[in-house]
Design a protein around this ligand. Sequence first.
Ligand SMILES: Cc1ncc(COP(=O)(O)O)c(C=O)c1O
Length: 393
Amino acid sequence: MRQIYLDYNASTPIAQEVAEAMSGSLKANFGNPSSSHWAGSPAKAAVTRAREQVAALLGASPEEIVFTSGGSEANNHAIKGVFFALRWRGSHIITTQIEHPAVIQPCRFLETLGAEVTYLSVDGTGTVDPDDIRKAITKQTILISVMHANNEVGTIQPIAEIARVAQEHGVLFHTDAAQTVGKIGTRVDELGVDLLSIAGHKFHAPKGVGALYIRQGVKLESLIHGAGHEAGRRAGTENVLLDVGLGAACELAQARIGRMAEVQRLRDLFWTRLAELFGNQVVLNGHPEHRLPNTLNVSFIDKVGAEILAQVPEVAASTGSACHAGSAEISPVLRAMGIPINVGMGAIRFSLGLDTTAEEIEWVVHRLAETLGRADKKSANTSEEEFLLDYCI
Ligand SMILES: Cc1ncc(COP(=O)(O)O)c(C=O)c1O
């Protein structure tokens, strides 16, 4: 069976350059980076270099980078860390309804500890209005957390504008940049953020590694207490191998970001071909322009996205809909955007990468054209059990 991967927002293959950097480190850096002898020094040097590579990508200084186990931990550290450090001053957090669960769930958890959380809505393109943030700020507000770009529809948020609002009010500002590294600029001074999360496996590093940027002077409570690793911010002997992988991936992301224009051209070709073929039976979800260059989220009206994908097993992509024992549900992101159920149910997220080719796109368009007739027939006969699907994003 042919295999076409259009799910780069879910995860990415490990790049050759990253694999090589890691395999070089596998045997050479077995010592403990905290040991001052000959075995520890190369391991320490490897972590130091990796930290510099992450910092260079973000335009930060190495002391501002804490390695984590991924995007989820970085988000948890930022949100819980601010709450535990500043709850004496206030307990109000502002975020949005379209955040990844790795932001929503820590907020929900903090609500059980007395935090008050405002979950702001977005417009039909998935964009947060900085004025809504301004209006939501109170004397109790200690943190604003708004994602850089959304994982499902790709909408890029006005982060620099929100940062100005946060600064005017003396409130810390965190952004979840898991989806933006390597796709658009992520320099912290251009964004104006105090805290920024990254996730390695979204940009050709392995799974299970990420980082949190913490602006110099910002004090957070740690999630993991123990010895003084990561300048006392995250205890535990460094994961040298994964840190090396993350560092190499950051360097590569910086070197290859210019090639995202090619990816965008293919993404736009994809949309043009779908619009030609399906006319007003297909709509684009997300912002028409301020969107990740690789992301195409489309809805086939009155269809079920998961069902279409099940009929094109060659294509790896995601859907924003789920059916639980007959009751249809669209993703919280599409719901927050006000997308009607008959449109949201037909949503499919295609996310392209540097390896995607024009031939693959043409092939997928062809297969979709073929399949949509069949999807119609199948829906009439499909049992509720066959509809038991979960969110795939
Ligand atoms: C926007 C966003 N934030 C956070 C995460 C979580 O990252 P990780 O899988 O590294 O924990 C993801 C991954 O799906 C994501 O897309």
